[in-house]
Structures are given as structure tokens and as C-alpha cells.
Design a protein around this ligand. Structure first.
Ligand SMILES: Nc1ncnc2c1ncn2[C@@H]1O[C@H](COP(=O)(O)OP(=O)(O)O)[C@@H](O)[C@H]1O
Ligand code: SF4
Ligand SMILES: [Mg+2]
Length: 329
């Protein structure tokens, strides 16, 4: 991984593509039991940028990504795509939105239909949206395969003939086939060998620069998300606890949870390890079912005060474009 140079995306213009306002996604999981997977989360995604979304498993990243894509209906709150509320789309607008917003899944093994050829997997969206037919369709599929570093001979093969990294390239080609503006990348490298991860990340960055794509990049690998993201949001148990530019978030994290997460990243340089204070996260992540009032992190926070378990901290801008939800910041 280290030998592969990662080129950061260009500076971005600040035009909002997606606005998420007080988004809630609850699942009813039993009598009187509500699982608050996403609970009052707000953020913007600018055109052409990559917004990273990190947090421990189960904190609501996938649910957030799927709700933003319109795959789940929101329990409450608003999602505006290019200024339009996605819950109010009519049939035609909905179809247009499903073309403009795509997803790349975590598991490159489960997400490709094993009975379809690679060409048909990539061509499916082209057919649904009636974009190309005949020779034009074939040429488009060949072009997409080339774009993601595969070749046209691969079109007639089946998913099982490919490695994990190649399958993820197929997943990317499928997402690109219908020329989207926005892609949710849901842990696209977590299932891949470390040696392949940087290749796929570099491919995503190259495609973003060439095609002007906007990404929501979900990850639990904090070191990789730093390289690809312009800004990073940190989730904890359904809440967004901090959001800032990658540089600010990694350089001066303000939320106790972010500080703990970052201090847990292994550092290759032993000197740096010694000089860095590791913060051990104590206790378990509590259940998102019928959560207690107050700060969700209170049970594990070494700075917790009585107010923390009484009042939910507001998500506020404490420095320009640096948002934190903590009573002490
Ligand atoms: N369809 C569902 N029904 C009930 N609970 C769900 C559903 N999808 C996710 N959850 C729960 O919501 C929480 C957040 O899950 P998820 O968004 O997958 O987290 P992450 O992607 O951060 O690992 C978890 O507690 C999970 O069990
Ligand atoms: S609000 Fe309180 S418990 Fe929550 S992170 Fe801040 S100090 Fe810790
Ligand atoms: Mg997930």
C-alpha cells in the first residue's frame, strides 16, 4: 500500500449537491422497541467532493447512505438532491434520481449476480434507462471495462472468474454505466486485500477527477478515508459527533470519540507511537434500541459530566466548517 501514491482530488467548488437535514431512520424491532439507526443527522455534500463517513460497525453508516440514496424511506427529516426533496419526487423524477445516484457495495462477491455475464451486469442499468442499444451498448460496455482497468474480453465472462479487486472494478463499472453524478461507496475496499485497497481507491479518485463525480465514502479504515476524503464525518451510535475537513479532523480532532478513534490507528513509525498517547476506549457500544437521553457517548467518555447524560449535545459549528456535538467543546 505504501508504495502507491495517492493523489488527492482537486480543490472543489462549494456548491451543495446533497443536503441532509435532521435525518432520522428508525426501525421498529419489536413491541415498544425502536432501533434508532440514524438519529437527527445533518450534513451537506458539495459537488465534486468526497465526504468520508466513519465510525464503528453498527453506528448507522450504511443506513445513512441507503436513506440518502432513497433506498430507505426516512422516518423524519429531509434529503435535498440538487435542491429538490427526494421524498416528493414523482415517478419520472424518481427514475431520473436513480440514474444520477448510484451505490458501490462492500461485498464484491455478494453484489454481482453469478448467473449473469459481466457485460450484462454492466449493461443492465443502460437497458433500464434506455441509454444505448445494439452496437452502441456493446461499445459503451467495452469503454467502461477499459475505464476501470479491465478489458473487453472480460465482458463475456462470469463474476466467479474474477478476483475480489477485479469484481469491485466490475461493481464500479456497473455504477458508472448510467453516468451518475453521485456515488455512495459503502466500504468498497473493506473486503479486499490490503495490497489491492489502494489500487481501488486510486481508481475511484481518478474517475472522480475525470468525470466530476461526488462521493459519499463510507469506511471504518480511518487511514484510507483520510486520503480520499475532502471532509470527514464521524458517526457514533446513530449520531454525527464531528464533521470537518480531513486535515482539521485528523490534525485537531475535538470530540472525545474522534480523539479515541484516531489514537487507535496503528502508526508504522515506532517513535511516533511512543510519543502519541493512545486512548483506550472502555466499555461496549451501547444498544441503539430505545437509547437513553443525553450524549450517546457518555457511558464511555472519560470527560463525561452529569449534564452529558441529561441533555443531548447540539451539533454546532465551533470553528469555521468544523462541527462538533459535545457539551465541553
Ligand atoms: N433493516 C434493518 N432492520 C432493523 N435494524 C437494522 C436494519 N438495518 C440496519 N439495522 C440496525 O441499524 C444499526 C445501524 O446499522 P448499519 O447502518 O448497517 O451500521 P454500519 O453500516 O455503520 O455498520 C445497527 O444496529 C443495525 O443492526
Ligand atoms: S457531551 Fe459529555 S459525554 Fe459526550 S462526548 Fe462530550 S464530554 Fe463526553
Ligand atoms: Mg455498513
Amino acid at each position: 500500500m505504501a508504495e502507491q501514491k495517492i493523489v488527492k482530488p482537486k480543490a472543489q467548488e462549494k456548491e451543495v449537491l446533497i443536503k441532509v437535514k435532521n435525518l432520522k431512520k428508525y426501525f421498529v424491532v419489536g413491541k415498544n422497541a425502536v432501533l434508532k439507526a440514524v438519529d437527527d443527522v445533518s450534513f451537506d455534500i458539495y459537488k465534486g467532493e468526497t465526504l468520508g463517513l466513519v465510525g464503528e460497525s453498527g453506528c448507522g453508516k450504511t443506513t445513512c447512505g441507503r436513506t440518502v440514496m432513497g433506498l430507505y424511506g426516512a422516518t423524519d427529516g429531509e434529503i435535498l438532491f440538487d435542491g429538490h426533496d427526494i421524498s416528493k419526487f414523482n415517478k419520472k423524477e424518481k427514475k431520473d434520481f436513480t440514474r444520477r445516484a448510484q451505490i458501490i457495495f462492500q461485498d464484491p462477491y455478494a453484489s454481482l449476480n453469478p448467473r449473469m455475464t459481466v457485460g450484462d451486469i454492466i449493461g443492465e442499468g443502460i437497458d433500464v434507462h434506455g441509454l444505448y442499444s445494439g452496437q452502441e451498448r456493446t461499445n459503451k460496455i467495452f469503454e467502461l471495462l477499459k475505464l476501470v482497468g479491465l478489458n473487453k474480453e472480460h465482458a463475456s465472462r462470469f463474476p466467479h472468474e474474477f478476483s475480489g479487486g477485479q469484481r469491485q472494478r466490475i461493481g464500479i463499472a456497473r455504477a458508472l454505466a448510467i453516468e451518475p453524478d453521485f456515488i455512495v461507496c459503502d466500504e468498497p475496499i473493506s473486503a479486499l486485500d490490503v495490497s489491492i485497497q489502494a489500487q481501488v481507491v486510486n481508481l475511484l479518485i481518478k474517475l472522480q477527477n475525470e468525470l466530476g463525480l461526488t462521493y459519499l465514502f463510507i469506511a471504518h479504515d480511518l487511514s484510507m478515508v483520510k486520503h480520499i476524503s475532502d471532509r470527514v464525518g464521524v458517526m457514533y451510535l446513530g449520531s454525527m459527533v464531528e464533521l470537518a475537513s480531513s486535515h482539521d479532523l485528523y490534525d485537531k480532532p475535538l470530540h472525545p470519540y474522534t480523539q479515541a478513534l484516531l489514537s487507535a490507528i496503528p502508526i508504522p513509525d515506532p517513535e511516533a507511537v511512543r510519543s502519541k498517547n493512545r486512548i483506550q476506549l472502555e466499555g461496549e457500544v451501547p444498544s441503539p434500541i430505545n437509547p437513553k437521553p443525553g450524549c450517546r457517548f457518555a457511558g464511555r467518555c472519560r470527560y463525561a459530566k452529569p449534564i452529558c447524560s441529561e441533555k443531548t449535545p447540539k451539533f454546532k459549528e465551533v470553528e469555521p466548517l468544523h462541527f462538533v456535538a459535545c457539551h465541553l467543546v
